[in-house]
Design a protein around this ligand. Structure first.
Ligand code: MN
Length: 260
Protein backbone atom coordinates (compact mmCIF):
# COMPACT_ATOMS: atom_id res chain seq x y z
CA UNK A 1 0.00 0.00 0.00
CA UNK A 2 1.26 3.49 -0.78
CA UNK A 3 1.08 6.25 1.81
CA UNK A 4 -2.10 7.76 0.39
CA UNK A 5 -3.92 4.40 0.34
CA UNK A 6 -2.88 3.87 3.95
CA UNK A 7 -4.23 7.29 4.83
CA UNK A 8 -7.52 6.66 3.01
CA UNK A 9 -7.92 3.40 4.93
CA UNK A 10 -7.18 5.14 8.23
CA UNK A 11 -9.75 7.84 7.40
CA UNK A 12 -12.48 5.34 6.52
CA UNK A 13 -11.73 3.33 9.67
CA UNK A 14 -12.03 6.48 11.78
CA UNK A 15 -8.40 6.29 12.90
CA UNK A 16 -7.88 9.89 11.81
CA UNK A 17 -10.03 12.65 13.25
CA UNK A 18 -10.86 15.74 11.16
CA UNK A 19 -10.84 18.80 13.42
CA UNK A 20 -12.40 22.05 12.17
CA UNK A 21 -10.33 25.07 13.23
CA UNK A 22 -12.70 27.59 11.60
CA UNK A 23 -15.09 30.17 13.03
CA UNK A 24 -18.46 30.49 11.28
CA UNK A 25 -18.62 33.52 8.93
CA UNK A 26 -21.22 35.72 10.58
CA UNK A 27 -21.87 39.51 10.49
CA UNK A 28 -21.34 39.62 14.26
CA UNK A 29 -17.84 38.13 14.18
CA UNK A 30 -15.38 40.92 15.10
CA UNK A 31 -12.84 42.23 12.59
CA UNK A 32 -9.64 44.09 13.35
CA UNK A 33 -10.15 47.82 14.06
CA UNK A 34 -7.32 50.15 12.98
CA UNK A 35 -6.80 53.72 14.20
CA UNK A 36 -9.44 55.94 12.50
CA UNK A 37 -7.02 57.59 10.04
CA UNK A 38 -6.61 54.24 8.22
CA UNK A 39 -8.96 52.30 5.92
CA UNK A 40 -10.98 49.64 7.72
CA UNK A 41 -11.61 45.92 7.31
CA UNK A 42 -15.23 45.02 6.36
CA UNK A 43 -17.29 42.54 8.33
CA UNK A 44 -19.01 39.61 6.63
CA UNK A 45 -22.30 40.52 4.91
CA UNK A 46 -24.89 38.25 3.32
CA UNK A 47 -27.86 39.28 1.18
CA UNK A 48 -30.57 36.90 0.00
CA UNK A 49 -30.93 36.70 -3.80
CA UNK A 50 -33.82 34.25 -3.78
CA UNK A 51 -35.28 31.66 -1.43
CA UNK A 52 -37.55 29.29 -3.43
CA UNK A 53 -39.77 32.26 -4.27
CA UNK A 54 -40.70 34.58 -7.17
CA UNK A 55 -37.03 35.63 -7.42
CA UNK A 56 -36.08 32.00 -8.09
CA UNK A 57 -38.78 29.41 -7.48
CA UNK A 58 -36.61 26.29 -7.09
CA UNK A 59 -33.46 27.66 -5.50
CA UNK A 60 -32.00 29.65 -2.63
CA UNK A 61 -28.76 31.63 -2.76
CA UNK A 62 -26.95 34.63 -1.30
CA UNK A 63 -24.56 37.33 -2.39
CA UNK A 64 -21.78 37.76 0.14
CA UNK A 65 -19.12 40.39 0.78
CA UNK A 66 -16.28 40.82 3.25
CA UNK A 67 -12.63 41.79 3.54
CA UNK A 68 -9.88 39.39 2.51
CA UNK A 69 -9.04 39.52 6.24
CA UNK A 70 -12.46 38.75 7.77
CA UNK A 71 -13.09 35.77 10.04
CA UNK A 72 -10.75 32.79 10.07
CA UNK A 73 -8.35 33.83 7.33
CA UNK A 74 -5.02 33.37 5.56
CA UNK A 75 -2.37 36.11 5.19
CA UNK A 76 -0.22 36.05 2.04
CA UNK A 77 3.25 37.67 1.82
CA UNK A 78 1.95 40.63 -0.25
CA UNK A 79 -0.30 41.62 2.67
CA UNK A 80 2.68 43.39 4.26
CA UNK A 81 5.01 46.05 2.85
CA UNK A 82 8.00 43.82 3.69
CA UNK A 83 6.58 41.12 1.38
CA UNK A 84 5.42 43.32 -1.49
CA UNK A 85 8.15 42.03 -3.83
CA UNK A 86 8.25 38.42 -2.65
CA UNK A 87 7.97 35.97 -5.57
CA UNK A 88 4.57 34.21 -5.73
CA UNK A 89 3.42 36.34 -2.81
CA UNK A 90 -0.32 36.64 -3.63
CA UNK A 91 -2.88 33.97 -2.77
CA UNK A 92 -3.39 32.99 -6.43
CA UNK A 93 0.37 32.52 -6.92
CA UNK A 94 1.33 30.55 -3.80
CA UNK A 95 2.24 26.94 -4.73
CA UNK A 96 -0.59 24.59 -3.71
CA UNK A 97 1.73 22.38 -1.65
CA UNK A 98 2.00 25.22 0.88
CA UNK A 99 -1.64 24.61 1.85
CA UNK A 100 -1.16 21.17 3.36
CA UNK A 101 1.53 20.22 5.84
CA UNK A 102 2.59 19.29 9.35
CA UNK A 103 1.76 21.53 12.29
CA UNK A 104 3.26 22.17 15.74
CA UNK A 105 1.08 23.69 18.46
CA UNK A 106 2.62 25.74 21.26
CA UNK A 107 0.23 25.90 24.20
CA UNK A 108 0.28 29.40 25.72
CA UNK A 109 -3.25 29.15 27.15
CA UNK A 110 -2.24 29.27 30.81
CA UNK A 111 -0.14 32.39 30.38
CA UNK A 112 -2.76 34.08 28.18
CA UNK A 113 -5.44 33.42 30.81
CA UNK A 114 -3.42 35.49 33.29
CA UNK A 115 -2.02 38.17 31.01
CA UNK A 116 -3.92 39.69 28.04
CA UNK A 117 -0.57 40.85 26.62
CA UNK A 118 1.10 37.46 27.03
CA UNK A 119 4.19 37.08 24.81
CA UNK A 120 5.46 34.00 23.02
CA UNK A 121 9.24 34.22 23.60
CA UNK A 122 12.31 32.21 22.49
CA UNK A 123 12.42 30.81 26.05
CA UNK A 124 8.92 29.35 25.68
CA UNK A 125 9.88 27.86 22.31
CA UNK A 126 13.01 26.32 23.90
CA UNK A 127 10.87 24.81 26.67
CA UNK A 128 8.43 23.43 24.10
CA UNK A 129 11.31 21.91 22.11
CA UNK A 130 12.80 20.32 25.25
CA UNK A 131 9.56 18.32 25.55
CA UNK A 132 8.53 17.85 21.91
CA UNK A 133 11.77 17.99 19.93
CA UNK A 134 13.07 20.62 17.53
CA UNK A 135 10.46 22.31 15.35
CA UNK A 136 11.05 20.76 11.90
CA UNK A 137 11.64 22.89 8.82
CA UNK A 138 8.67 23.87 6.65
CA UNK A 139 6.02 23.25 9.32
CA UNK A 140 3.14 25.42 10.43
CA UNK A 141 3.42 26.68 14.01
CA UNK A 142 0.24 27.63 15.86
CA UNK A 143 0.12 29.64 19.08
CA UNK A 144 -2.69 28.30 21.27
CA UNK A 145 -4.11 30.88 23.68
CA UNK A 146 -7.78 29.75 23.95
CA UNK A 147 -8.55 33.34 22.87
CA UNK A 148 -11.14 31.84 20.48
CA UNK A 149 -13.35 31.07 23.49
CA UNK A 150 -13.83 34.80 24.13
CA UNK A 151 -17.05 36.44 22.94
CA UNK A 152 -18.09 39.97 22.02
CA UNK A 153 -15.94 42.90 23.11
CA UNK A 154 -13.56 40.60 25.04
CA UNK A 155 -12.26 39.22 21.73
CA UNK A 156 -10.68 42.44 20.42
CA UNK A 157 -10.24 43.63 24.02
CA UNK A 158 -9.99 47.30 23.04
CA UNK A 159 -8.79 49.81 25.63
CA UNK A 160 -7.99 53.49 25.31
CA UNK A 161 -4.49 52.64 24.09
CA UNK A 162 -5.71 50.05 21.55
CA UNK A 163 -6.30 46.30 21.56
CA UNK A 164 -4.72 43.96 24.12
CA UNK A 165 -4.21 40.35 23.04
CA UNK A 166 -1.31 37.86 23.16
CA UNK A 167 1.29 37.38 20.41
CA UNK A 168 4.92 36.62 19.61
CA UNK A 169 7.92 38.85 20.34
CA UNK A 170 10.15 39.88 17.40
CA UNK A 171 12.84 37.53 18.77
CA UNK A 172 10.44 34.57 18.81
CA UNK A 173 9.27 35.16 15.24
CA UNK A 174 12.87 35.64 14.05
CA UNK A 175 13.82 32.34 15.66
CA UNK A 176 10.90 30.50 14.04
CA UNK A 177 11.51 32.00 10.58
CA UNK A 178 15.30 32.33 10.38
CA UNK A 179 16.48 29.40 12.51
CA UNK A 180 13.62 26.89 12.21
CA UNK A 181 12.49 27.76 8.68
CA UNK A 182 8.78 27.48 9.47
CA UNK A 183 6.22 27.73 6.69
CA UNK A 184 3.78 29.91 8.57
CA UNK A 185 2.44 31.02 11.94
CA UNK A 186 -1.14 30.99 13.17
CA UNK A 187 -3.07 32.40 16.12
CA UNK A 188 -6.53 32.41 17.70
CA UNK A 189 -6.55 36.21 17.87
CA UNK A 190 -7.52 38.70 15.16
CA UNK A 191 -3.91 39.03 13.94
CA UNK A 192 -0.65 37.06 13.98
CA UNK A 193 0.73 39.90 16.09
CA UNK A 194 -0.07 40.88 19.66
CA UNK A 195 -2.76 43.54 20.11
CA UNK A 196 -0.01 45.95 21.20
CA UNK A 197 2.31 44.76 18.39
CA UNK A 198 2.80 48.30 17.10
CA UNK A 199 5.19 48.98 20.01
CA UNK A 200 7.76 46.34 19.01
CA UNK A 201 10.74 46.96 16.72
CA UNK A 202 9.83 46.41 13.95
CA UNK A 203 6.15 47.23 14.54
CA UNK A 204 3.93 44.16 13.99
CA UNK A 205 6.98 41.83 13.89
CA UNK A 206 5.05 38.68 12.94
CA UNK A 207 3.60 40.35 9.85
CA UNK A 208 6.88 42.08 9.02
CA UNK A 209 9.19 39.09 9.43
CA UNK A 210 6.88 36.30 8.21
CA UNK A 211 5.75 38.03 5.03
CA UNK A 212 9.14 39.65 4.30
CA UNK A 213 10.50 36.10 4.19
CA UNK A 214 7.68 34.69 2.04
CA UNK A 215 5.94 32.92 4.92
CA UNK A 216 2.22 32.80 5.65
CA UNK A 217 -0.16 33.70 8.45
CA UNK A 218 -3.42 32.25 9.81
CA UNK A 219 -5.66 34.19 12.17
CA UNK A 220 -8.92 33.83 14.07
CA UNK A 221 -8.37 30.08 14.38
CA UNK A 222 -10.44 28.12 16.88
CA UNK A 223 -10.28 24.66 18.44
CA UNK A 224 -6.51 24.58 18.92
CA UNK A 225 -7.18 22.86 22.26
CA UNK A 226 -8.16 19.80 20.22
CA UNK A 227 -4.72 19.46 18.61
CA UNK A 228 -1.65 17.56 19.83
CA UNK A 229 1.65 19.45 20.18
CA UNK A 230 2.98 17.54 17.17
CA UNK A 231 1.75 14.94 14.70
CA UNK A 232 -1.27 16.69 13.13
CA UNK A 233 -1.61 17.74 9.49
CA UNK A 234 -2.98 21.17 8.57
CA UNK A 235 -5.12 21.80 5.46
CA UNK A 236 -5.61 25.49 4.71
CA UNK A 237 -6.12 26.51 1.04
CA UNK A 238 -7.22 30.16 0.66
CA UNK A 239 -9.54 31.29 -2.15
CA UNK A 240 -7.72 31.84 -5.45
CA UNK A 241 -8.21 35.61 -5.64
CA UNK A 242 -6.10 37.34 -8.32
CA UNK A 243 -3.44 39.40 -6.52
CA UNK A 244 -5.26 38.62 -3.28
CA UNK A 245 -3.47 39.54 -0.04
CA UNK A 246 -5.36 36.94 1.97
CA UNK A 247 -8.65 35.12 2.15
CA UNK A 248 -11.23 33.70 4.50
CA UNK A 249 -10.95 29.90 4.38
CA UNK A 250 -11.89 26.64 6.05
CA UNK A 251 -8.96 25.38 8.13
CA UNK A 252 -8.92 21.66 8.95
CA UNK A 253 -6.50 19.51 10.91
CA UNK A 254 -6.07 15.75 10.50
CA UNK A 255 -5.30 14.26 13.91
CA UNK A 256 -4.47 10.63 14.75
CA UNK A 257 -7.31 9.43 16.99
CA UNK A 258 -6.45 9.67 20.66
CA UNK A 259 -3.47 11.99 20.04
CA UNK A 260 -4.86 15.26 21.40
MN1 MN B 1 -4.93 39.20 7.98
Amino acid sequence: MNALTQMATALTRGEIEVVDLTHTLDPDFPVIILPPEFGQCARFRMEEVSAYDHRGPAWKWHNISMSEHTGTHFDAPVHWVSGRNVANGAVDEIPAEAFIGPVCVIDCSEGAAQDDDFELTPEIIAEWEATNGRIPENTWVLMRTDWSKRRGADYLNMREDGPHSPGPTPEAIRLLVEERGIRGFGTETVGTDAGQGMHYAPPYPAHYILHGNGRYGLQCLTGLDQLPATGAMLICPPLKIRNGTGSPLRVLALVPKGAS
